[in-house]
Structure formats: structure tokens, C-alpha cells
Design a protein around this ligand. Sequence first.
Ligand SMILES: Cc1cc2nc3c(=O)[nH]c(=O)nc-3n(C[C@H](O)[C@H](O)[C@H](O)COP(=O)(O)OP(=O)(O)OC[C@H]3O[C@@H](n4cnc5c(N)ncnc54)[C@H](O)[C@@H]3O)c2cc1C
Ligand code: FES
Length: 254
Amino acid sequence: MSELLPTVTVITRVIRETPGITTLVFDREMVFNPGQFVMVWVPGRDEVPMALSTGTSITVQEVGDATRELCALSEGAKIGIRGPFGNGFSPRGRTLAVAGGVGAAPLLSCALKGKVETFLLGARTASELLFCDRLEECTELATATDDGSAGHHGRVGDLMAGRDLHGYQSILVCGPERMMEAVFHTLRQEGISARGQFSLHRYMKCGVGVCGSCCMDPGGLRVCKDGPVFPGDRLNGGEFGKYARDASGRKKNV
Ligand SMILES: Cc1cc2nc3c(=O)[nH]c(=O)nc-3n(C[C@H](O)[C@H](O)[C@H](O)COP(=O)(O)OP(=O)(O)OC[C@H]3O[C@@H](n4cnc5c(N)ncnc54)[C@H](O)[C@@H]3O)c2cc1C
Ligand code: FES
């Protein structure tokens, strides 16, 4: 498959996971590492990055025009897909996963492959907890909701308190950057930030390391090519947790 030209792909199944999140299953299986992403072309609208939730699916949260159109597609609709791109997660030994919202999407296949022992899952409210049933079957699952409607009343990072974090060799993290920053802070306090693997979101245009839209300060790491998954010790002292750039390159707080 060309890195630059999307392949026309047919949606074979649409799964309404939560009120705001939809899984689109497509007609071919991709060989990928969990955490890798594809560039999804929504004809007539935009091309946006999406993690693969399985080898045959993406799981989309409706936040704007492109994601609204994706979530409204029906079986038989066509989209364009380039990829998979990026590095993905590398779970080693006992593994903890921490996910917020649709951040559970790239971690699902790690869990389904039996690579995750403990899964901490957070969302705003009970109905937005993603993949609960599937994760319960293959991990020790603990949940948190901002409004207390299920699990712990509070942030998903709170669920790390009292756990023997040193007992995990890999800690895989994906979700809103403020949530990831809180997890990073906890790991740093414990002196084990290098065990963390953080899947970063930055504005992406090319997806293949050419356009520079996803470069991060201070070293110019390209999230699409060098990431999107970075070990915690590579995130020290940079823009992570502070700011990101929008489509026009302007800094905005995360
Ligand atoms: C590596 C990676 C993996 C992702 N995986 C998922 C996933 O599995 N499921 C999911 O629902 N979302 C995922 N996203 C986020 C998804 O790309 C955005 O939600 C989507 O681009 C929003 O487009 P929109 O037109 O609906 O919204 P807009 O209104 O255009 O934007 C809403 C938000 O999305 C961001 N965004 C818009 N276009 C892009 C772009 N080209 N690159 C990066 N961010 C953009 C904007 O900065 C803004 O913060 C991922 C992002 C990255 C970088
Ligand atoms: S999106 Fe173009 S360099 Fe990363």
C-alpha cells in the first residue's frame, strides 16, 4: 500500500460503543502493532489520524466535522485509509494500562492479546466507559468516572494510588494529555518514568514524517514517525503536558 495514497476501504459493520464513540469495522485485515495509527480520509471533508482498535477497525469519538461524518457512516460506505504508521506499544513483563475516554482504543488489542494484566479505565460518565465488557474478560479491570456514576468517583490516575507500581515492567498510557501528565508525574515521583509508554496526540497532516506539523519541542521528535508512543524518559523537560500546536502551527495549552 502506498504511504501517500489512501486505499479505498469499505465499512462492513458499525458498532455504537457509547453515546459518543463508534467503531467502524472494515473489509480487510491490517498487520499492525497495537498503538499504530492510520490516516483516514473522509471524502469531501478531511484526512485525520486514528489508532487501529483491532486489525480490522477504528474506534472514533465524535468531536468535530470529520469524526461526526465518520460516526454517521453506514455499512457499505467507503473511506480511504493510509498506513499503519508509527511505532506502537512494546509491553514487556507484567503490564499495567491506563486509559482515558477513547484512549482505550489503541490499548484494546494489547489487552485482547493477553499482554495487559491490570487495566485502569476512566471516562466522564458510566455510559462513556469504552470496551468494559471485553476488557473485563481479559484483564483485571478497574474503572473511574468524573461524575461517580461507575467505579471510583474521580480521575483514572487516582486508581494508581496504593498499587505496587514497581511490580509492573511496562505502564501503557493513552488519553487526554492532562490525564497522561498526571500519570507521568506519579511515575516520576516513583522514579520509574522510563517504564511508562505514552501515546501522544499532535496535529498530523502527512503522517509519514515529512510535513513537520507534529514536531515536538525541544528536540523536534515527530510524533507520527518517532512515536506516537514515547517512553516517559524522552518526555522530560519538553512540551508534553504544557502545550501543543494547532493546524496552523500556533501553540495552544493542553
Ligand atoms: C496518533 C493519533 C491517534 C488518534 N487516535 C484516535 C482514535 O483512535 N479515536 C479517535 O476518536 N480519535 C483519535 N485521534 C484524534 C483524532 O485524530 C481527532 O479527534 C480528529 O482529527 C478530529 O477531527 P474533526 O474534524 O472531527 O475535529 P476538529 O474540530 O477538526 O478538531 C477537534 C480536535 O481534533 C484535533 N484534530 C483535528 N484534525 C487533526 C489532525 N489532522 N491531527 C491531529 N489532531 C487533529 C484538533 O486539533 C482538535 O483538538 C488520534 C489522533 C492522533 C494524533
Ligand atoms: S504529520 Fe507530517 S511530520 Fe508528522
